[in-house]
Design a protein around this ligand. Structure first.
Ligand code: FPP
Length: 250
């Protein structure tokens, strides 16, 4: 079997932007603790987190990031009090309404990965409108993971896979991309803020060869300078994908 490469995993769904820039995925954790430590409601932490997301999205293209996937709401987050989940959903809706025209101007194509059957119909419509309006963006592919579970997406892809005649890792990726509706691209760098060091059901298939950077900083305190540092750390790492490092291979 051929080793999987980024090229293999750039699959169906929205057409990939033809440039092999970096795919950075971010688990933006720590909003709640940021707010609580300031005596604020958790929803204030999510609002501050949305501001961090805006800054990072704006800076991403000039930093060589070509695809940016942000974990905005995990399927496991439905276990939180409804008021908090609703506040996050409202924030995401607001983000789409305000930022879609900005995305068009900035050449950002926006897609949402995750389930759409449990979110409010108004948000579902805003996602569809935003995706349609930004489809020609070529500078950055921004993917927001909303009601997303990697395990569930892989399970649904596996259920569909039996219908596929060409059985290969690439065709599985294609099916997964269809399930996600926002592509299934290999992650180069995964950043998690907030101090925890786990994947939390995020992009399990796509992170097979990702480099991880875990930061104690809470997401609302994450700055563009932190993103630049993480990218510098990434650049220092040698990615062998199971082969020998260059120094040993000669
Ligand atoms: C993690 O903090 C964050 C979330 C569960 C979701 C909210 C994410 C954002 C608002 C950022 C992305 C936003 C946009 C608009 C793209 P947490 O609540 O788990 O924090 P904690 O671990 O301190 O409790």
């Amino acid at each position: 079997m051929q080793p999987l490469t980024t090229q293999h995993l750039v699959t169906t769904g929205p057409k990939p932007i033809p440039d092999p820039g970096l795919h950075v995925a971010i688990i933006s954790d720590g909003n709640g603790r940021w707010a609580t430590s300031r005596g604020l409601p958790r929803s204030a932490g999510h609002r501050a987190g949305a501001e961090s997301a805006r800054k990072v999205i704006q800076a991403a293209p000039r930093l060589g990031i070509h695809t940016l996937t942000l974990f905005a709401l995990s399927s496991a987050n439905w276990k939180r009090p409804p008021a908090e989940v609703n506040a996050i959903l409202r924030l995401l809706h607001e983000y789409l309404l305000i930022e879609t025209s900005h995305c068009i101007e900035e050449g950002i194509r926006l897609n949402v990965i995750g389930r759409r059957d449990r979110i409010p119909a108004t948000l579902r419509q805003a996602i569809a409108d935003s995706e349609a309006a930004t489809v020609n963006g070529r500078r950055l592919h921004l993917r927001l993971a909303i009601d997303y579970s990697a395990r569930e997406a892989m399970y649904h892809a596996a259920c569909r896979f039996y219908k596929v005649t060409e059985l290969s890792p690439e065709s599985f990726s294609n099916v997964l991309a269809e399930v996600l509706r926002g592509g299934s691209m290999e992650v180069d760098l995964l950043i998690r803020t907030g101090g925890e060091q786990r994947l939390s059901d995020f992009l399990l298939w796509e992170c097979a060869f990702a480099e991880f950077v875990f930061l104690p900083k809470r997401w609302p305190d994450f700055s563009v300078a932190d993103l630049e540092s993480a990218l510098q750390e990434f650049a220092r790492r040698e990615r062998t994908r199971g082969a020998l490092p260059d120094a040993i291979a000669g």
